[in-house]
Write a protein that binds this ligand. Structure first.
Ligand SMILES: C[C@H](O)[C@@H](O)[C@@H](O)C(=O)CO
Length: 471
């Protein structure tokens, strides 16, 4: 649910403004009711703006309510300087909304106000038409969802556990730029904290978690790389992370893992999978975005996708391209959230399709990797990257696909079988993707969020770079 402010703007002539009150009030009420019907909280400014003083005072009053999105409503011709003054007093995302009514020049009011805002570089979005029209309502709701995500980021904290993994420039971002562009702070935490705190969970709690994984999932002990003791150590790292999240009030996080923990302690795959999942062995919980390899821009992309969709977010390497099928193997180095196995609210359904395999040769410390194949369905793929220091958001559509068992297995065995796989048909030619994509990691959520991501980028002042049919 978003918090939406609505400010209606009118004509500056008292004798005209007086006559327009009923018309404006009807339009404002229709807009507010439509948004409330979609579950949002709508706060309407107490007075219609028809003087310069009201433009400032009403916008300030609305700003004090801290809406995620402020809508300036144009049901009539509105003096444009009211838009300028009201925008000056409005700190967050802004949408100009015009009624299309031949009897009243609301559209003209929006264009004049919007043009003025363009002249001063004030970012805003626009919508027009009858709010009862589903297409118009959806246009407004795209902005609402985007604003909610943008405002959800601001004032949040990313926990960076460990530093740059294996020389990966794409995993490291500038904290000044993060604060300025996204309003996100970074808390730096040493990986020693995971090791140190892994002693803290009670043995009873850890044993019950291990038994849950053994019962609901498919654990493949080999007596060497994966033993009950190593699985319990991994469960302890999950509890250590939960402690860190609570103690430092972390909104999302990333763990370096490689090479220190994966060579000398255990992999973070169990911790990362179940932080990202909407449940753990103790029951349902909120998802917590946690990026492999402490990939900062990866985590930030994931957090945006989470705030838009509410779903667990996929983190994957762009691992292999099956040219014969035009399908990519999006495979992470040990975990995807187990939810992706069947996308069920019931963990048992997802875990039944999940295999905990002994870690492969890259990770001598051992533990379980989290293997499954992503269930089929349409998804949106995204990744914040930087070109010459400036952020851009790569966005594309695609579909997770599955085939018969033999084909699935043969494809998974071509890369690292023990890791999770999302066989993906991207709606973009491979040559375009490989020629332009600026990272080794990609992120996804089920559903179509291309319009929302475009709106998020506009609101953040980040370049939207759509690929294929998302261009
Ligand atoms: C094998 C490496 O250690 C992996 O971690 C690598 O494939 C990556 O995940 C790079 O993002």
């Amino acid at each position: 649910m978003a918090r939406i402010g609505v400010l209606s703007i009118s004509d500056g002539r008292d004798f005209v403004a007086r006559d327009l009150v009923d018309h404006i009030t009807t339009a404002t009420t229709a807009l507010a009711e439509a948004l409330r019907k979609d579950g949002h909280e709508v706060i309407v400014a107490p007075e219609i703006v028809w003087t310069n003083e009201l433009a400032t005072s009403q916008a300030r009053w609305l700003a004090d309510q801290r809406p995620d999105l402020t809508i300036f409503n144009y049901a009539v011709w509105a003096f444009p300087h009211f838009t300028m003054l009201a925008a000056e007093a409005t700190p967050g995302p802004l949408l100009l909304m015009a009624n299309i009514d031949p009897a009243q020049p609301g559209m003209v009011g929006m264009l004049a106000g919007g043009g003025g805002l363009d002249q001063i570089g004030r970012v805003h979005a626009r919508a027009w038409g009858d709010i009862e029209d589903p297409a118009v309502r959806e246009r407004v709701l795209v902005e609402v969802r985007a604003a909610q995500a943008v405002r959800g980021l601001r004032g949040s904290t990313f926990g960076r556990i460990g530093g740059r993994p294996m020389g990966m420039y794409t995993a490291v971002a500038n904290t000044d730029q993060w604060m300025r562009t996204f309003g996100v702070d970074v808390e730096e935490i040493d990986q020693w904290e995971i090791v140190r705190r892994s002693e803290n969970a009670s043995q009873t709690r850890v044993k019950e978690a291990r038994e849950w994984l053994e019962t609901k999932g498919n654990v493949h002990y080999d007596g060497k790389q994966l033993t009950p003791e190593l699985l319990e150590r991994q469960i302890r790292t999950y509890y250590a992370m939960r402690e860190l999240i609570d103690e430092w009030n972390l909104d999302f996080s990333g763990i370096k893992g490689q090479p220190e923990l994966t060579t000398h302690f255990c992999t973070m795959d169990i911790a990362e999978a179940f932080l990202n999942d909407p449940y753990d062995w103790e029951g349902p919980k909120e998802t917590h975005v946690c990026a492999t390899e402490a990939d900062m821009d990866g985590a930030l992309t994931m957090q945006i996708l989470k705030l838009l969709s509410g779903d667990p977010v996929l983190f994957a390497d762009v691992r292999h391209y099956h040219a014969d099928k035009d399908v990519w193997d999006l495979c992470n180095s040990g975990q995807h959230a187990t939810w992706y196995a069947a996308r069920s609210d019931d963990p048992a359904e997802n875990l039944a399709k999940t295999h905990f395999h002994p870690e492969v040769f890259f990770f001598p410390a051992g533990g379980a990797s989290v293997h499954h194949l992503a269930a089929p369905g349409a998804a949106t793929f995204a990744r914040l990257t930087r070109r010459d220091g400036a952020y851009r958001m790569h966005v594309m559509r695609g579909d997770f696909e599955l085939y018969d068992d033999a084909t699935n297995e043969a494809m998974a065995r071509q890369s690292t079988f023990e890791w999770p796989h999302a066989f993906t048909r991207l709606h973009v030619p491979a040559t375009e993707f490989l020629g332009r994509f600026g990272s080794n990691h990609i992120h996804a959520v089920p559903g179509d969020y291309v319009a929302e991501l475009r709106a998020v980028c506009d609101q953040l002042g980040v370049e939207f770079e759509g690929f294929g049919d998302a261009a």
